[in-house]
Design a protein around this ligand. Sequence first.
Ligand code: GAP
Length: 510
Amino acid sequence: MTQTEDFFKHVISHAKEYGFIFPSSEIYDGLSAVYDYGQYGVLLKNNLRNYWWQSMVQMHENIVGIDAAIFMHPTTWKASGHVDAFSDPLIDNKDSKKRYRADVLIEEHIAKIEGKIEKEVEKAAKRFENFDAAMFRNTNARVLEYQQKIDAINARFKAALENNNLAEVKQIILDLEIVCAISGSRNWTDVRQFNLMFHTQLGSVADEASTIYLRPETAQGIFVNFLNVQKTGRMKIPFGIAQTGKAFRNEIVARQFIFRMREFEQMEMQFFVKPGTELTWYEYWKETRLAWHKALGMPPQKYRYHDHIKLAHYANAACDIEFEFPFGFKELEGIHSRTDFDLKAHEQYSGKKLQYFDPELNESYVPYVVETSVGLDRMFLATLSTALQTETLDDGTTRDVLKLHPALAPVKAAIMPLVKKDGLPDKAREIMRTLQFDHYCQYDEKDSIGKRYRRQDAIGTPFCITVDHQTLTDNTVTIRHRDSMQQQRIAIAKLPQTVMEAVSFKKLFV
Ligand code: GAP
């Protein structure tokens, strides 16, 4: 097992051991690609959602939020294209019976070649002083050869997808000599399309008309409410509608913990703009969203843009913000210029006009849309896996510490009486009450103070506040900082401000 695989296993077991994430219905052996958030997980998830909501809705005068139902009229999904085109190309290995996404097999092959390029660059960087990585990439013969291979595969793959030529997709897999990871064979079935939407019946009559879908994205709830919100909110273009909520996809390749789930949560914003200005807004949101991620303090080199080769049926520009998860760079957020596809399609299928009267132009038009769409569970995984660190301390022992941004930490402060007697617990609870109206706090009097610190480190609590005998005489406590483990004596009266300043979202916006 590689170091990164070990680390990823450590993240998963830490998440379970400390009440962040449990496999769904675990007593029945779990349900594939479905997870439950535990007592600390739900707090971290709420904090991530709040950070998104505050930055999108609270901090933008021209963005409002809604909460649309998960079930929608089935025609919604016909209009959006999901009934006909929301599918993944799947392929089975006949020997192992394992099912794969054909596009993922090809992308993983490309990633391997990219890995070879990185190795060449790293080797050269060790060899040469004043190494210029960009120049090396442009001039080194081996690197150029690898890059040409990647370009050729991408071009062929793009053409195959654009022409919906599934036989060619299979041929690419055969030509690249891609083997099944389990059987090691190249004994592949043909590639077929597989629709990812879950469906169920509404009411008791099981006929075609009552088939409804679990929404595969939250975006359509925004499009069908476009006029309701525009009119009742007197919104002027450009404006946005934001929403967070559950989405459901019957993923073929459901793995990598909470990275790819069958039930997950999205945080989406549709920004309605004047036709012709969409690409400017697209660039704006690309930059703004990356800055939002980086403000959380995770290493900037863990992010990169990935422009889409194959545009979705609704887009005229699209990119992903990728994050370096423990298993490599993968999509964290999508930014899509969705044109007027969705509103026009809903106009056509509903027979209702979905237009905006522009008072400046004195004319009506169907707005264009730029969408930002980030998976909350993927944000959770990115945050958790980057924050989790194992440190060796001066005395040779180790500690697992979650170095979360304090604004995201599930518990903001743990209040601990040094001993369970002499009135210290009462004093500690008194302090707890002054803080818990504003922050989620925890009272802990069990075990030695060292063990209590470790427990709080493992869940990312930024402050441990210890009440000792001196507290009873001078109203001071020790406050221990999670990352530096430094302790300082401060007046109880200063605690609310100290904690508030550290955990406020405000710091993330300046
Ligand atoms: N409305 C556009 C849309 O849904 P998407 O790229 O399919 O676009 C947006 O999804 C985001 O939702 C992704 O960037 C990812 O963070 C998250 N996401 C998508 N499928 C997911 C899954 N199966 N499990 C967890 N998150 C997922």
